[in-house]
Design a binder for this molecule. Structure first.
Ligand SMILES: [Zn+2]
Length: 163
């Protein structure tokens, strides 16, 4: 389970919560690092075990959100993204929860969003794709009549990825 994206090196598996003070038990190394026993002002909450970045949870959450888009042209100091739009588990969860999905009764009885667009889904080549522009993404999603996926679902998916 990923704990977020490192704002320093973009690793998705290296962020740990810093435990300050002296823990009574050995903390789970997949979740925590120990920060020492001194309590000071403005102590960082999070640390990256790959690049030693330290900072706040808010910064990690920001990087995690930005990770979905990858390079929006915004000025994001220290963040270099190589991809832009892509499908994520979060997007697919939101797609299934959407009114559009819920209203396609026959479709949703046969498929889950993951079974179509997920890493093992029938259109998994889309999962493995990323796009620099909305047009490029739309063009791929509509390839081969959208793989039989209703247009309104494709449009909702695009909306969720961009949002
Ligand atoms: Zn890092």
């Amino acid at each position: 389970m990923s704990s977020g994206t490192c704002p320093g090196c973009l690793s998705d598996v290296s962020i740990r919560t810093i435990l300050w003070g002296l823990p009574t038990e050995q903390p789970d190394p997949d979740v925590y690092v120990t920060g020492g026993c001194c309590i000071e002002e403005d102590m960082p909450e999070m640390q990256c075990i790959t690049c030693d970045w330290q900072g706040s949870l808010a910064e990690v959450e920001h990087a995690t959100r930005m990770r979905r888009f990858i390079w929006t042209g915004e000025d994001l100091p220290g963040m270099i993204f190589h991809k832009k739009f892509r499908i994520t588990h979060e997007v697919l969860t939101a797609l299934e929860a959407s009114q559009v999905w819920q209203s396609t009764v026959s479709f949703k009885s046969m498929f889950t969003a993951e079974s179509i667009f997920g890493p093992e889904g029938k259109l998994r080549w889309l999962w493995n794709s990323s796009w620099d522009t909305e047009d490029a993404m739309r063009s791929d999603l509509y390839t081969n009549m959208g793989g039989g996926v209703p247009v309104e679902i494709l449009e909702e998916l695009i909306r969720l990825i961009i949002d």
